[in-house]
Write a protein of this length. Structure first.
Length: 306
């Protein structure tokens, strides 16, 4: 018997993207991430599993979801409205189908490599005309490395340009297998201080920085710095990152400064979580330009935004 084809949990696709790689691209968002960044704008991709999103704005509290949940994990109260016991919820999707107001959404879909490739291949005429391709992000693609490696390999077999957006927090042997089928690598460097990095993401950065070096030895890479006021936007952190980047050699294309924003913060409550940086405001344009100037003054190309 042959090997069973890997199955991946995909959050979704974004077609006709013009960022995250050259040309027109299809972005594939995987579920699951080993980091818990305080500012994450995609909390719905962090969990390695299906989730139910509840949009209170659309909810009419009609009770159809309660009736549909055969295990009784959905309740309703006058004070809080519809509540889902997320610790026990099996994410079967019955409540989503029963909701007449699209207040509930099942986050994630299991797909085979062939199923995912058929979806992205629909956009292949745009890749050829624009020198575009496919970029896999998340979440963290390395969390589902067998599936993502097989998918990237299939893309390369069909001459599709491949890129990845990664935090690079994975075993070197796993990272090397992904690199075999990649043309371009985006790596987030959240903070250069390992202690601070652990405070703000839950993990240290030593493994990440080692994988940055591994990638840059063989592939063009772009380092991204999430620029969060009071966390990662200090002159010292930016300078420390540039000093590290300058040692990487010619394969480093640039450093991108990603300004902190509040898009996606409402998603936290919709999946039963609390957002911890509610009081943090996005950085101003002048501040971002000053940070970019610091990078370029050290001889490294800088870009604001992805």
């Amino acid at each position: 018997m042959g090997c069973k084809e890997p199955v991946g949990l995909v959050y979704g696709l974004q077609r006709f993207a013009i960022h995250d790689g050259p040309g027109i691209r299809t972005l594939v968002y995987m579920k699951g991430c080993p980091l818990g960044c305080l500012w994450c704008s995609s909390p719905h991709t962090q969990k390695m599993g299906l989730e139910i999103l509840h949009n209170e704005v659309n909810c009419k509290r009609c009770g159809h979801c309660i009736e549909a949940c055969q295990l009784g994990f959905i309740t309703r109260s006058e004070e809080f409205g519809i509540e889902i016991d997320r610790a026990l919820c099996t994410c079967c999707g019955d409540c989503v189908e029963a909701c007449p107001n699209q207040a509930l959404e099942l986050l994630g879909k299991y797909m085979t490599v062939d199923e995912l490739f058929r979806e992205v291949d629909k956009d292949s005429p745009f890749y050829r005309r624009s020198n575009g391709g496919v970029t896999v992000g998340g979440g963290e693609p390395a969390m589902q490395h067998e599936f993502v490696t097989a998918f990237l390999k299939k893309c390369k077999q069909h001459y599709i340009h491949t890129a990845i957006e990664t935090c690079a927090y994975t075993k070197p042997e796993i990272f090397d297998k992904l690199l075999e089928h990649l043309d371009l690598v985006y790596i987030d460097v959240k903070h250069m201080d390992p202690r601070v990095h652990k405070e703000i993401t839950g993990v240290s950065n030593e493994l990440i920085l080692e994988n940055v070096k591994r990638a840059c030895a063989t592939h063009p890479i772009i380092i991204r710095i999430p620029t969060v006021p009071g966390i990662s936007d200090s002159n010292d952190n930016i300078l420390d990152t540039v000093r590290f980047a300058k040692k990487l050699g010619k394969n480093l294309l640039r450093i991108e400064l990603l300004p902190y924003h509040k898009f996606g913060t409402q998603t936290y409550s919709r999946i039963g979580r609390e957002y911890q940086l509610e009081d943090v405001e996005p950085p101003g344009e002048d501040h971002m330009k000053r940070l970019a100037d610091i990078i370029e003054s050290c001889g490294v190309k800088a870009q604001i935004g992805g």
